[in-house]
Design a protein around this ligand. Structure first.
Ligand SMILES: Nc1ncnc2c1ncn2[C@@H]1O[C@H](COP(=O)(O)OP(=O)(O)OP(=O)(O)O)[C@@H](O)[C@H]1O
Ligand SMILES: CC(C)(CO)[C@@H](O)C(=O)[O-]
Ligand code: BAL
Length: 310
């Protein structure tokens, strides 16, 4: 299927491999943006950067089952494939380069031996690297980074991109992928792009679609709380205790009972170890996860965000 004259839609690994080989034979670089679809401007900023950096760009859309625990939102995760294809075909129409290919594999294509979602029963080829399970999101979602590392390894084996693009919004995912590429000696460059935000500061996310307009507006407190923590740290211009920064953050975050904090954590920016004090020069990564009621009244939406201290 072809959605625009120049954009190819691939469903099979073989199609992607043939296209990739042709790029190689033509001496063209390839940029790759892996996504789970429900595309928004955050995704488009990654695509935009790939178009600038590379001769060719491929985007994948695949809701990867192995990164969802059985109680998570795999079934309800937004799937908006027609609008995604439209965005990729039209958004970059007047740019000097366009998206060349979109890869939309079926689950059986990515998991030819089948897939068991219950982590305790999983056997076979799953990838774990440093950062997958020891800290933060890895503790709250033990299945998550193992699933991410596995599917990204598979995608890298298929696409073999010159450059691969991820968003800082998923800060720990970025660190896991960097460790993966380094430790498994994968020949690609990992590029991390800044978090795009809605006008009220809320980090753009496919899961924002779960929220009512009012909750989405009130969710501005998430980033506001992180900014408050950062401002407090910067105002001291010296070593600051994490406890004091957390106090500032919670004073904002806990002010609206609609949002329940799962965690706020201050960690070393590379090792992700929890730190008691933040030192200028080393800095820190502050990450948080909150849950808020979904618009449909059934279940809760989980939102994450982060800010870097220098
Ligand atoms: N606001 C954003 N700014 C920049 N990059 C983003 C943003 N949101 C997502 N991305 C990046 O886009 C890529 C694909 O992410 P994904 O398809 O899971 O979207 P998402 O909005 O993060 O969804 P979710 O709601 O599941 O967190 C990831 O590298 C992710 O970090
Ligand atoms: C990297 C990724 C596409 C793997 O499924 C996903 O975790 C995401 O969209 O952030
Ligand atoms: N961007 C992260 C995808 C997930 O939460 O599953």
């Amino acid at each position: 299927m072809t959605i625009a004259e120049s954009i190819k839609v691939f469903r099979t690994i073989q199609q992607v491999r043939q296209w990739r080989l042709q790029c190689l034979l033509n001496g063209k670089s390839v940029g790759f943006v892996p996504t789970m679809g429900a595309l928004h401007d955050g995704h488009c900023s990654l695509v935009n950067q790939s178009l600038k950096d590379n001769d060719n760009t491929v985007v994948s859309i695949f809701v990867n089952p192995s990164q969802f625990a059985p109680h998570e939102d795999l079934d309800s995760y937004p799937r908006t494939i027609d609008s995604d294809l439209n965005i990729l075909a039209n958004k970059f129409k007047n740019y000097t380069k366009q998206v060349d290919a979109i890869f939309i594999p079926k689950i059986s294509e990515m998991y030819p031996s089948g897939i068991e979602l219950d982590i305790s029963k999983q056997r076979g080829a799953f990838v774990t690297v440093k950062g997958c399970s020891e800290q933060l999101e890895g503790v709250t979602r033990p299945q998550f980074f193992r699933g991410v590392a596995t599917v990204v390894t598979k995608l890298l084996n298929v696409v073999k991109p010159t450059n691969i693009y991820f968003g800082q919004k998923d800060a720990q995912q970025c660190i896991v992928i960097k460790n993966l590429v380094k430790d498994l000696l994968i020949d690609t460059n990992v590029k991390i792009m800044p978090t795009l935000r809605e006008t009220n500061g809320l980090a753009m996310s496919s899961r924002n679609e779960y929220l009512s307009p009012q909750t989405r507006q009130e969710a501005s407190i998430i980033y506001k709380s992180l900014q408050t923590g950062k401002q407090y740290y910067e105002s001291k211009n010296s070593v600051v205790s994490s406890k004091d920064i957390l106090h500032e953050i919670h004073s904002i975050l806990d002010s609206n009972p609609t949002f329940k904090t799962e965690y706020v954590s201050i960690n070393h920016p590379e090792t992700l170890d929890e730190i008691e004090n933040v030192e200028p020069g080393t800095g820190a990564l502050i990450t948080l996860a909150v849950v808020a009621p979904k618009q449909d009244g059934v279940g809760r939406a989980r939102l994450i965000d982060n800010i870097i201290l220098h």
